[in-house]
Design a protein. Sequence first.
Length: 82
Amino acid sequence: MGSVLGFPGIDPMDVVVGARIRRWRDHRGVAADDLAAALDLTPEALRRVEAGREHLDSAGIDAATRALHLPVWALVSDTPGY
């Protein structure tokens, strides 16, 4: 992504994944601190992920799906991938 005035651009996919993580975390009743620990992140870093301002790599997405008891498609696609 490009940058404006030295600030890094925000990847739209990071925004989507972050919003889905937040929605599923709330739906499952998982505390932010608990999910952050499961992802080996600080609570502040998890907030940035959920806001779409920090990228979560594939290992992080895998850890999030395991911690939230979800299939991978639930975070990366609108269509179930059975």
